[in-house]
Design a protein around this ligand. Structure first.
Ligand code: F6P
Length: 319
């Protein structure tokens, strides 16, 4: 392969820039031309495609967000849109692309693959919700951001002897809540994978109060059915402990990527670029244990995410 493209799509995640940098520099070092596609599939449809040089990706390794920008493209979801996207790739002479994003972006990639375009998926999402890989790029940074918020929340919560609920992102996956909750010492972790038992939550808070805990910390994933407002009211009503809710929202999606996310991004994106150079069939790159792997794109998307019950149970024991 001589000419390849790279795009970022869906919700941005810290480390996407490190991945773009690796694609561009690895591609050039293999003698290929690398084109940056702006605003994900939206920019592809509009032909916003520019050649990237070694220097195009200078000074971005440490930055959150994505220099290529990103979008969730409605137009690309249609048959017509997908055919137009292929025409655009042909117009620019791009034989394959690296798609950095989550499962929606990979599904889009699969549609391009069906139309003869080689697509290498690199998992960029804070949600860590892809079944085939242990970790996605951005997850570690998001967890560390939430950890720092938990720590701030604990200070003020203790000072006022309050309960604090922190609602974190993750769509239908509880991994951000689970990891930040365990390592941040939350009293209660609520995730979509485990049905919420409101009585249990209240008992846990009461127990903490009775044992002299100055604060109660509840980390709740956004995918949990009960709303944060409702939970706040129930807790206050039943435990008598003043309760405040915090929803950091998009703040947890930005920020400078951690070493782990930069390393993951560099390794995975390098692998994806090499696969395009080798003219391999479409794949999703990931990490299993400490090994960088690449599975057939379709198979990878079909793999169900296994929730780590051991971590959940450990968090309950240690809280
Ligand atoms: O997929 C990343 C994510 O931040 C999810 O955690 C969240 O549910 C969603 O994106 C928010 O999407 P949007 O940026 O479109 O509001």
């Amino acid at each position: 392969m001589k000419k390849i493209g790279v795009l970022t799509s869906g919700g941005d995640s810290p480390g996407m820039n490190a991945a773009i940098r690796a694609v561009v520099r690895k591609g050039i070092s293999l003698g290929m031309e690398v084109y940056g596609i702006q605003r994900g599939y939206e920019g592809l449809l509009d032909g916003e495609i520019n050649k990237m040089e070694w220097s195009s990706v200078g000074d971005i390794l440490q930055r959150g967000g994505t220099i290529l920008r990103t979008a969730r493209s409605e137009r690309f979801r249609t048959e017509e849109g997908q055919e137009h996207a292929v025409k655009m790739l042909e117009t620019f002479g791009l034989e394959g692309i690296v798609v950095i994003g989550g499962d929606g972006s990979f599904k889009g990639g699969l549609e391009l693959d069906r139309r003869g375009i080689k697509v290498m998926g690199v998992p960029g999402t804070i949600d860590n919700d892809l079944g085939y890989t242990d970790f996605t790029i951005g997850f570690d940074t998001a967890v560390n951001t939430v950890l720092s918020l938990i720590s701030n929340g604990r200070d003020t919560s203790s000072a006022h002897e309050r309960a604090t609920i922190i609602e974190v992102m993750g769509r239908n996956c509880g991994d951000i809540a689970l990891h930040a909750g365990l390592t941040g010492g939350a009293d209660v972790i609520l995730i979509p994978e485990v049905e919420t038992d409101i009585n249990k939550v209240c008992i846990q808070v009461l127990k903490g109060q009775q044992s002299g805990k100055l604060h109660s910390l509840i980390v709740k994933a956004e995918g949990v059915k009960i709303s944060t407002g409702e939970l706040t009211e129930i807790l206050e009503d039943r435990t008598g402990r003043e309760t405040r809710a915090v929803v950091p929202g998009y703040i947890q999606r930005g920020g400078t990527p951690t070493e782990k996310d930069r390393m993951l991004a560099s390794l995975m994106a390098t692998k994806a670029t090499q696969l395009l150079f080798d003219d391999a069939d479409s794949k999703a790159v990931g990490i299993v244990g400490s090994e960088i792997i690449a599975y057939d794109l379709k198979d990878a998307l079909a793999m169900k995410r296994e929730f780590n019950r051991d971590i959940y149970e450990l968090a309950e024991i240690l809280s």
